[in-house]
Write a protein that binds this ligand. Structure first.
Ligand code: BES
Ligand code: ZN
Ligand code: ZN
Length: 477
């Protein structure tokens, strides 16, 4: 898909189809009203209708902004793909309103995505050319074009993240993730360091090391750095990159294992953000740290009852090898804080707990941390970018659930109560005192992977976390 902003008169632009957003049928021309009345088009539904004679694709949409508008454009582009049209035009001034280019383009690019790499009968996607018309808008062409380039950078990163998540575990393992990081680094002038298992052992990262022990694939610790001139501050992003989570010896059920390729979503989101910073001319130094590991079974697997010493010296009693993400993140958080001084913000992204899905559903990111101000700031970024977050509160009583009789803490509590929060509190053991209020834990277990399509997400990886984080960074002073 190719999207361009055109200065010409809208009527002069040649196309196979134009997208018309219908808020109120009565506001349309008499001719268009007649067309839509004949088919009982309902502007308050999610109707779409293509009229062959006028080459108009009518799309119902009751609110002309944000998620409503994005969803309307995603329905439009799916219809256009199914008709195999090649040239599309959109007037950004419709219904007596200027449609925000961000909403229109996010809807189009994210809605058009589907993962066809493994389909043998390739009905080749036709290359679609979309012309956006800017003639009647108040904003000047150049500043609109910058907005277009920014949203294209963001949405293509989201789709890249979706591709990573959707790639099956046979083809995507820690080294693959490291290779992607190297490629992203080359394309965006980032520093890139990849550490293997020898490094993990030498540096006391036994929690992360042990999770990957039974896999035939070596674990990789990925560290990308974006360094602008005279950075305004430092941001650290840490991601859970479980390229597959079988549960380990505390094996998942057959049904529970399906889709566990999505357990790399947190790390993938971090790669997605790192892939966009240069295009957005970010003024902050940003570190992207991913623990890429495969959690498998076998004679060399780590076991329930093992006690692991993390990088900061804390000992962890393993009670469940399926609570592996927190072990990987524990060491990655320690590594991040040992390697980066004077951190301003530290966020971790992880498909950490099934309990988060039970609590918040399949769309909402569970957010935890010690600073109400920071949580509110992230909530605002989520609202502005079209992601959903829900705050799960820490309290003074829950940490007791992590007590171990034999080590400092357990990796899995004996009761299921507050499963996402106790996972967040487990991670808190690996956050240094000076960083407590700078840290947020984002549990994307539900939002990262669509078991059935919703909004502009098709089945599979959604790219959860990327847009929200970029919005957060953009709004920093
Ligand atoms: N990767 C899973 C969490 C998950 C579940 C992600 C469903 C996406 C969809 C995680 O490693 C896990 O297995 N967590 C356990 C923790 C438990 C053993 C304390 C869980 O949620 O059951
Ligand atoms: Zn697990
Ligand atoms: Zn997991």
């Amino acid at each position: 898909m190719n999207i361009n902003l055109i200065k010409k008169d809208y009527s002069e632009i040649q196309s196979d189809v134009e997208i018309l957003i219908v808020k109120n049928i009565k506001k349309l021309s008499k001719k268009d009203q007649k067309i839509l009345k004949q088919i009982s088009f309902n502007a308050k539904s999610s109707d779409t209708y293509f009229d062959v004679n006028t080459k108009k694709l009518f799309v119902a949409c009751s609110i002309l902004k944000d998620e409503d508008l994005k969803i309307a454009f995603s329905f439009a582009i799916r219809k256009i793909k199914s008709f195999k049209f090649k040239n599309v035009k959109v007037n950004l001034f419709q219904n007596e309103k200027e449609l925000k280019i961000k909403d229109v383009v996010e809807g189009l690019v994210l809605g058009a995505y589907n993962f066809t790499k493994y389909k043998s009968s390739k009905t080749k996607d036709t290359k679609i050319q979309i012309s956006l018309c800017s003639k009647d808008l108040k904003e000047d062409f150049d500043s609109l074009n910058i907005k277009l380039q920014n949203v294209l950078a963001i949405t293509s990163s989201v789709n890249m993240v979706r591709n990573i998540i959707n790639t099956p575990p046979e083809d995507y393992f820690p080294q693959t993730m490291a290779n992607d990081a190297i490629k992203i680094a080359k394309e965006n002038d980032l520093e890139c360091i990849i550490h293997g298992e020898e490094y993990l052992l030498k540096n006391g990262m036994n929690a992360m090391y042990n999770v990957g022990r039974a896999s035939r694939h070596e674990s990789k610790l990925i560290h990308l750095t974006y360094k602008p001139k005279e950075a305004k501050g430092k941001i650290v992003l840490v991601g859970k990159g479980l390229t597959y989570d079988s549960g380990g010896l505390s094996l998942k059920s057959g049904a529970g294992m399906v889709s566990m390729k999505c357990d790399k979503s947190g790390g993938s989101a971090v790669l997605g953000v790192m892939n966009t910073l240069k295009a957005l001319n970010c003024q902050y130094e940003v570190h992207g740290i991913v623990g890429a590991v495969e959690n498998m079974i076998g004679g060399d697997a780590y076991k329930p009852d093992d006690i692991l010493k993390a990088k900061n010296g804390k000992t962890i009693e393993v009670r469940n090898t399926d609570a592996e993400g927190r072990l990987v993140l524990a060491d990655c958080l320690c590594y991040a804080q040992d390697e980066v001084s004077n951190i301003d913000y530290m966020f971790d992204y992880a498909t950490l707990t099934g309990a988060c899905i039970v609590a918040l559903g399949n769309q909402t990111i569970g957010t935890m941390g010690h600073s109400d101000k920071l949580k509110a700031k992230m909530q605002k970024a989520a609202n502005c970018s079209g992601e959903l977050i829900g705050i799960l509160p820490f309290n003074r009583y829950l940490p007791a659930m992590l007590k171990s009789g034999i080590a400092d803490i357990v990796n899995s509590t004996s009761s299921r109560a507050a499963g996402s929060i106790t996972a967040g509190l487990f991670l808190d053991n690996f956050v240094k005192k000076e960083n407590k209020k700078k840290w947020l834990h984002l549990d994307i277990a539900g939002a990262a992977y669509a078991e059935s399509p919703w909004a502009y997400n098709s089945f599979g990886g959604t790219g959860s976390g990327v847009r929200m984080t970029l919005d957060f960074i953009k709004n920093l002073k």
